[in-house]
Write a protein that binds this ligand. Structure first.
Ligand code: SIN
Length: 285
């Protein structure tokens, strides 16, 4: 994609792989025609960035609802009066721990999320970027032989490891800025194809991630791990990525069926405050 102007919108690709920054749009006064242009950019580019959107949390919810029904997460606590909003607060002096590894959101659900909208309020003077990786490209750049093999395979996903790692107990004990509530479904396992067909674009995408994929169906973890490790490294090559430098009131919204993302934990001294809503998705095909 090259720079493009559509009505009053200016679309500026962030890298050759994914991500587009759109200017000339105000979410506070968004009409249907403009939304359909930015929705097309979401499908085309995997992730869209807007800056300088001084909106309320109600506006954030309304914007998220344009993409579909909003999810209330079974484990990560939402805000008291708005359970569909996650307050992603990282206090100064602590390490970040939310989303700090490559993942697609909630692939441990039978119906993983369609996408998420993340709104940046307090941004550190440096660091705290979010990186995205295009999983269409990751699939397309595999050899024909491996593509064929992977298209016959399924993988097992679960929250069981990611939501029980060292340090997580404090979240269940509500001692941290982001808190969790235990739900027995954490240990459930669900199966998804390793290569999915995007329900709207029809493109094939690689669909395994280091945070929630446990193993290939019908194989042990030890048997699965070498190929999974290869795929994780391949899927996140710099050539498939873009990296977003946040500014206060910037918004990112991504297509969880097309990109993985990674929150960079490199701003220990500083606070970072974001608000996130996530959209319910469908069973991957
Ligand atoms: C996430 O949604 O996984 C976190 C992204 C971020 O905080 O940059």
């Amino acid at each position: 994609m090259t720079d493009k102007t559509m009505s009053q919108l200016h679309l500026h690709p962030v890298t050759g792989a994914c991500g587009v920054e759109i200017s000339g749009v105000s979410l506070a006064t968004l009409n249907n025609e403009t939304f359909s242009d930015i929705y097309q950019a979401f499908l085309d580019c995997g992730v869209v960035f807007l800056r300088d959107q001084d909106i309320s949390l109600d506006d954030l919810v309304s914007f998220g609802q344009r993409f579909g029904e909003l999810e209330v997460h079974p484990i990560v606590d939402g805000m008291e009066n708005a359970p569909e909003i996650t307050k992603v607060l990282k206090p100064a002096g602590e390490s970040a721990s939310f989303g700090t590894g490559w993942h697609s959101d909630n692939t441990f659900f039978e119906k993983p999320s369609k996408g998420s909208v993340l709104y940046g309020k307090t941004i550190p003077p440096y660091g705290g970027d979010t990186v995205f990786a295009n999983q269409y490209l990751a699939y397309e750049r595999l050899s024909d032989g491996l593509k064929q093999k992977l298209e016959t395979m399924n993988a097992v996903h679960s929250a069981g490891e990611a939501y029980t790692v060292a340090g997580t107990q404090d979240k269940y004990d509500k001692k941290t800025a982001i808190t969790y509530t235990w739900d027995d479904s954490i240990m459930d396992e669900v199966v998804h194809p390793v290569v999915i067909t995007h329900p709207e674009t029809g493109r094939k995408a690689l669909y395994v991630n280091d945070m929630f994929t446990l193993r290939f169906e019908g194989m042990t973890k030890a048997e699965s791990q070498p190929l999974l490790d290869y795929l994780y490294a391949h899927a996140t090559k710099p050539e498939f990525c873009c990296r977003f430098r946040w500014s206060p009131n910037a918004i990112a919204f991504w297509d969880n069926r097309a990109v993985q993302h990674y929150a960079v934990d490199d701003y220990q001294d500083f606070e970072r405050l974001m608000y996130r809503v996530t959209i319910n998705g469908d069973k991957p095909a």
